[in-house]
Ligand binder design. Sequence first.
Ligand code: NAP
Ligand code: MG
Length: 494
Amino acid sequence: MTSVVNSPVASFLESGSKQLWIDGAWRPAADGAVIESINPSTGEVLCSFAAGGAADVDAAVAAARRAFEGPWSRFTPVQRQNVLLAFADLVDEHADELTHLDVLDMGAPIGRPVSSFTPAEVLRYYAGWATKIHGETISNSVSPDIFTYTRREPVGVVGSIIPWNGPLGSAIFKIAPVLATGCTMVLKPAEDASLSSVRLMELFAELNVPAGVVNLVTGVGSAAGAALVEHPGVDKVAFTGSTAVGQQIVRAAAGNLKRLSLELGGKSPDIVFADADLERAVPGAGMGVFANTGQVCCAGTRIFVERPIYEEFVEGLAHFADSLKVGNSLDAQTQIGPIVSQRQLNRVSGYVTSGLEEGARAVTGGRRIETDGLASGYFLRPAVFADVKDEMRIAREEIFGPVASVMPFDTVEEALARSNATTYGLGGGVWTNDLGRAHRVAHGLRTGVVWVNGYGYFDPAVPFGGHKQSGWGSELSVHSLEEYLNTKAVWVTT
Ligand code: NAP
Ligand code: MG
């Protein structure tokens, strides 16, 4: 192995208990409960952290409310901008350490960042917006003596719940628009990957920000998460996770009609036409499904290939999958790390079995790796299934693991109809050298994002979000900001 645990991370792991950050202070869970953090590359316990519950969520929401109505409401846009810039500098200074925590906690390979931008860039992008949130003056026809204008006001206390597959980025995507708009928040990271959020809060604590603006309650979804979603003191929930939990959140939020933004699951199509440049399309579509061990919401898991190149593509993809170096996430050579947990490994393996049982052609992969010192981790060889039928479970359900389903098609209309025949609508890809066809397919896909001749690019300025049952609203960009603002009209009779 070419990399070792870096020393700030080692001291973080060895330092005292990882607690809840509530009202500007660290405290254990009210009932003293903790959760163990597991390194999925080795199955070893890294450390433990607090498992907050309803009482802790109560305290955090109360602190967030006090901050929202108190000192934070008097911060000017420039002051909020400066908070974001100062936080960005701290996050940059500690970038290696923060990344390293995710590497250990959920198995993201150390040499392979999932996104092309850094977390600090997202904070700086939103720092720019803090000073550019404004209403409008409107000419009304009621009376020339009445002046009308709008104000853009923060929605209030936000409950932000994130998944484990990109923990650091997900936390930053939620914190940045909260600070830019003047909201306050309670963050609940996933139990399988909470460490980078704890370290982020330690850094946040160094800033000169009133207590309670950002609070962290680590814990399990059914306790801390559910308490946050049901809490009458929460004005909005910003959730990233599975569609099944998203549906529960919609129901639970009905009590006080919380604003909701939902970034949910997907079963994204990637369409490869016969005129595509296969040198690019094979590895592009391959990483579109296998990157981050397939644990990507917009993974292009249903690969539709035009019939004349179908066999050639299947063979190329299998060869590509076999060439990927699967290994310990700390090894700089590793391209594909472990699956996040034993439970997820079992789930993904269950889908491999179902593909075999339903008669898909297993071209390569899909078996657990128990050699090369990987037996105690949760490693699976990237799997390629060919001749998959649309009605098979592996073609319909989100697997969230390194499993590709490849299917032939004959016409553009057929490819579009089958691509859209899903309850999801997150990502989509098209590979072709015909520009007109690329645009037609991009417009025809009922998804929130489409990549042409490349897959999985992101940028802080570009919205990312799902249509259909893949979500409500957008993450990143000015569109995410909108999710944290209310509009008020003011009529002034002069
Ligand atoms: P998940 O099971 O839905 O969990 C997401 C978060 O919700 C976790 O923090 C979880 O807590 C919490 N939670 C669970 N039950 C809850 C409840 N009843 N009330 C409130 N919170 C609850 O999803 P996951 O397995 O962590 O992540 C994978 C999913 O996220 C996939 O479906 C993926 O597509 C989706 N995702 C979507 C996007 C996007 O931008 N569209 C991005 C990344 C991931 P615990 O895990 O701690 O129990
Ligand atoms: Mg872990």
